[in-house]
Design a protein around this ligand. Structure first.
Ligand SMILES: CC(C)(COP(=O)(O)OP(=O)(O)OC[C@H]1O[C@@H](n2cnc3c(N)ncnc32)[C@H](O)[C@@H]1OP(=O)(O)O)[C@@H](O)C(=O)NCCC(=O)NCCS
Length: 192
């Protein structure tokens, strides 16, 4: 079950003077949904069809995130600026299938434009990996759109591109690639 004690056990981590990373809770659902939609629209323009990006809707994602944030383990973290506004998030947990042969998976990691390139993505990924390790996971994978330049971010920390599949979003089918780490401890050392 969802436990407040578990959530508050992670102390806030300062990245730069005005940015903090902390464990997410259900009250963060709206802020996460807003970042999710905003980052898709800016990061995926030219990769995902405009019609899909324009149709994205924050409200429909709030309930999804509330439910997700009540699951165990809750390996979801947010970056927050000095005004308390969520600027990024990561969500991780058990692999959703066996396709890449790992037990853990990063489901999503997104930042708004103004938060990129300051080490926040690295810190968010580190916290998610640490959380998964504590929960007993030993390997990690994720899927990303084939044309997504974020591939370089994962490769920077030793991720290996392994597989391909189709990703369906809002009626559009797009090519996706898999990325994996066989040893989650080695990944956490690379991120530390
Ligand atoms: C991918 C993303 C999370 C990276 O976060 P970030 O905060 O900008 O990255 P960081 O500043 O922590 O970068 C850490 C390192 O990775 C490198 N890096 C980051 N993005 C990179 C990229 N696209 N290509 C190559 N290297 C990259 C940085 O140069 C840095 O390297 P260094 O340690 O040698 O200096 C962020 O750019 C983002 O939200 N992108 C849009 C959403 C997205 O595509 N998410 C992934 C979905 S699968």
């Amino acid at each position: 079950m969802y436990s407040m004690a578990t959530i508050s056990a992670t102390p806030p981590k300062n990245i730069s003077g005005d940015m903090t990373v902390r464990h997410a809770d259900p009250g963060d659902a709206r802020g996460i949904a807003e970042v999710h939609v905003c980052s898709w629209r800016t990061s995926y323009r030219g990769i995902v069809p405009d019609a899909r990006l324009d149709a994205l809707d924050v409200e429909s994602r709030v309930l999804f995130w509330k439910t997700t944030l009540m699951r165990t383990p809750n390996c979801c973290f947010v970056s927050v600026n000095d005004n308390g506004v969520i600027t990024g998030f990561v969500s991780a947990g058990p692999a959703q299938n066996d396709e890449l042969g790992t037990d853990g998976e990063i489901y999503a990691i997104y930042l708004v434009e103004s938060a990129k390139k300051q080490g926040i993505g690295r810190r968010l990924l580190y916290e998610a990996v640490l959380c998964l390790r504590k929960a007993g996971f030993r390997s990690l994978s994720l899927w990303l759109l084939r044309e997504n330049p974020a591939r370089g971010f994962y490769e920077r920390f030793g991720g290996r591109i392994m597989g391909e599949k189709s990703y369906v979003t809002g009626g559009f089918t797009l090519p996706a690639i898999g990325c994996k780490w066989d040893d989650i401890e080695a990944l956490s050392r690379a991120l530390a």
